[in-house]
Design a protein around this ligand. Structure first.
Ligand code: ATP
Ligand code: MG
Length: 401
């Protein structure tokens, strides 16, 4: 008997003719994401992917507890719905009974409060002499006989014993949920405007979940924004890249540009002017790096710069689509996702990103196009954008080594 991982695919299985290329991408992403867990065999059968250690003594498969880390890594690969650690063995119904006994014994050792169970089964191998209902009934009976303290509860059991009969037999109980979506790499690349806040890491996560690889750009105004603020953005990029794959983080030296704007443009228009310049720099970096869209964490009405008029004023300076996956989302819902992906604790660290330092006390919330033109009349925008692009440092973010 050996331990293997059983991962389930989601939306990909609805794909038609191009399903094959989605599956190949998913397997490649799994291989890449699981590199550090030793040599593995990954194969797929219908809507399932099996992950097995190539060598018998792989410590990550030794027990339910040892497997947690590799299972968590599997859940971070988009396209996967859930994953279970399963026991794999050969033989007929007698072997299924003896292995189940051993399995339930261990399960009860780890969960002494378990009192009720049910059996579910799938029979992929139609040559097996019993059908699924017969397997469930007979195996349920054997468990009751061998574990007299247990009872069957088909509605709300404490645990379910799953049996799958294919080329080999598998038993498992329980599963770890993953994040669904489509495999990263099945869509074009996006440039994420990543700040140190709660929203933009979630926006990146959401686009990656639609198959989009990412690069990120951060506008840094040192010393107005601290070294820690940059470190926080690097940490957030690492967290997002756990899902999206390794990425480049472009750090734009934004200090001089912001000081110029501060001096030569009206206070109440600063936020809009600054965002217009940011978007143009981001678009140029995107073009240079083969990204086909920009991504922000904006949500309608959340702050002064996120009204429709403000969005219109910033949007009009770029040609690329600007994707705003959080536009219709409630802050609480965004925070929930932020917690789920492990970004929240980092996002709420108190180091400010540049926007909060240079913000006006009374920003214009519904700017007219004339306000915008007037605000930029004493600024050499092209020179600012050019300087921003040229003053960019690239940091490689790779969470898998
Ligand atoms: P977040 O929580 O992502 O910081 P926010 O609610 O603070 O968002 P804003 O500060 O108005 O909202 O920023 C809106 C979006 O603009 C951010 O979600 C992010 O995509 C981008 N952005 C803001 N500041 C920066 C920055 N310094 N570098 C890169 N992108 C930024
Ligand atoms: Mg912010």
């Amino acid at each position: 008997m050996s331990n293997v991982l059983l991962a389930r695919m989601g939306e990909i299985t609805l794909k038609g003719l191009n399903r094959g290329s989605f599956e190949v991408q998913l397997k490649n992403n799994l291989k890449y994401r699981l590199k550090k867990f030793g040599s593995l065999k990954i194969f797929q059968n219908q809507s399932r992917i099996w992950i097995e250690p190539a060598e018998e003594d792989n410590p990550y498969f030794a027990s339910e507890n040892d497997a947690k880390e590799i299972m968590k890594a599997v859940t971070q690969v988009f396209g996967i719905v859930s994953v279970s650690l399963a026991r794999k063995f050969e033989g007929g119904f007698d072997e299924i009974v003896s292995n189940t006994k051993e399995y339930v014994t261990e399960l009860l050792e780890n969960n002494p409060d378990y009192k009720t169970f049910k059996v579910e089964s799938k029979r992929g191998n139609k040559a097996f002499p019993m059908n699924s209902p017969e397997i469930c009934t007979e195996l349920g009976y054997q468990i009751l006989v061998n574990f007299p303290d247990l009872k069957v509860d088909v509605k709300k059991p404490d645990f379910i014993i799953n049996v799958e009969i294919r080329e080999y037999n598998y038993i498992y109980s329980g599963k770890m949920m993953a994040h669904r979506g489509l495999p990263v790499g099945t869509s074009g690349k996006g440039m994420l405007l990543l700040s140190g806040g709660i929203d933009s890491p979630v926006a990146g996560f959401m686009m990656a979940s639609r198959g989009m690889p990412l690069e990120a750009v951060y506008f840094h105004s040192y010393p107005y924004t601290s070294e820690q603020a940059l470190q926080k953005v690097i940490d957030l990029a690492k967290i997002v890249s756990g899902f999206s794959g390794r990425m480049k983080l472009h750090v734009v030296n934004f200090t001089q540009i912001q000081l110029d704007m501060y001096k030569n443009s009206p206070q109440e228009m600063l936020t809009i002017t600054m965002r217009r310049v940011m978007l143009q720099i981001a678009e140029r970096l995107a073009l240079k790096n083969n990204c086909k869209c920009l991504i922000t964490g904006e949500s309608l009405g959340q702050v002064a710069s996120q009204t429709l008029e403000a969005i219109q004023a910033t949007n009009e300076v770029v040609k690329m689509p600007v994707l705003r996956p959080l536009i219709g989302m409630d802050k609480q819902a965004t925070c929930d996702i932020s917690r789920q992906i492990g970004a929240f604790e980092t996002s709420i660290l108190p180091y400010e990103d540049c926007c909060t330092v240079f913000v006006a006390k009374h920003p214009k919330t519904h700017p007219h196009p004339e306000d915008v033109a007037l605000a930029e009349k004493d600024l050499d925008i092209e020179a600012m954008v050019e300087a921003g692009v040229n003053g960019t440092e690239v940091i490689e973010i790779n969470p898998f080594d």
